[in-house]
Design a protein. Structure first.
Length: 225
């Protein structure tokens, strides 16, 4: 399937503007789990692959799963191993990195992990510590990650919080970056959404025109029994 021009532009906005906002979260998880040479990592919904690049930089062997053709194409431009669906379990992984996955997506990926392998789930932290969801018109409620762990039959093995500020050079970059998250895909009037989002961002503008949106993300670690 060939990505449409619009889908390609949105994917590039994700890769060039938005994806880096989660680097503190990736690094915190990798530090805690001591990801390094010999580790095999599977990234679920890996986007254009920045989390995979960071893991590979530590010596890990990283594979990504991304259903969006445009983002998958960008990840492959980075010479990353990215596939449209989870492996069939023939290649055991040590770590599954998944942010807000659906129950079905998580269930499909778990067979690829070895026993004792780590599963990391992450989502927005406490609403009072996040500025992005309110800007997005209320935004999604943070998922109950502990309930997701229990439902999947995993063994809890710790959790943490990470400060992930979303910083942009200007309002235009902020609008493009936030729209690339996909939270507005259901809108029938993209131009109106862009206008409203730009207006909602004005309180977060700094004197130099930059936009600064502080957030806390929470992650949980679980093990495959």
């Amino acid at each position: 399937m060939t990505p449409t021009p619009t889908a390609t532009l949105v994917a590039r906005d994700w890769a060039e503007i938005q994806e880096r906002m989660l680097v503190p979260l990736y690094e915190a998880v990798y530090d805690r789990l001591e990801v390094g040479p010999g580790d095999r990592l599977l990234g679920l919904d890996c986007g254009s692959g920045l989390a995979l690049l960071l893991a590979a930089g530590r010596g890990a062997v990283a594979t990504g799963v991304e259903t969006d053709p445009a983002r998958r194409a960008l990840a492959r431009e980075r010479l990353l191993d990215v596939v449209p669906a989870p492996p069939d379990g023939a290649r055991p992984y040590d770590l599954l990195l998944a942010f807000s996955p659906s129950a079905a997506a998580l269930d499909a990926a778990l067979p690829a992990l070895r026993r004792g392998g780590a599963v990391v789930l992450a989502d927005w932290g406490p609403p009072e510590r996040c500025t992005v969801p309110p800007v997005l018109g209320g935004g999604p409620e943070p998922r109950d990650l502990d309930a997701a762990v229990a439902r999947a039959g995993l063994v809890p093995d710790g959790s943490g919080r990470v400060f992930c500020p979303f910083g942009y050079a200007d309002v235009d970059s902020a609008v493009r970056g936030l729209l690339s998250t996909g939270l507005y895909e259901s809108s029938s009037d993209p131009a109106q959404v862009e206008k409203e989002l730009a207006e909602a961002l004005h309180p977060y503008e700094r004197p130099d025109g930059a936009v600064w949106l502080p957030n806390i993300f929470r992650y949980v670690i679980a093990r495959v029994p």
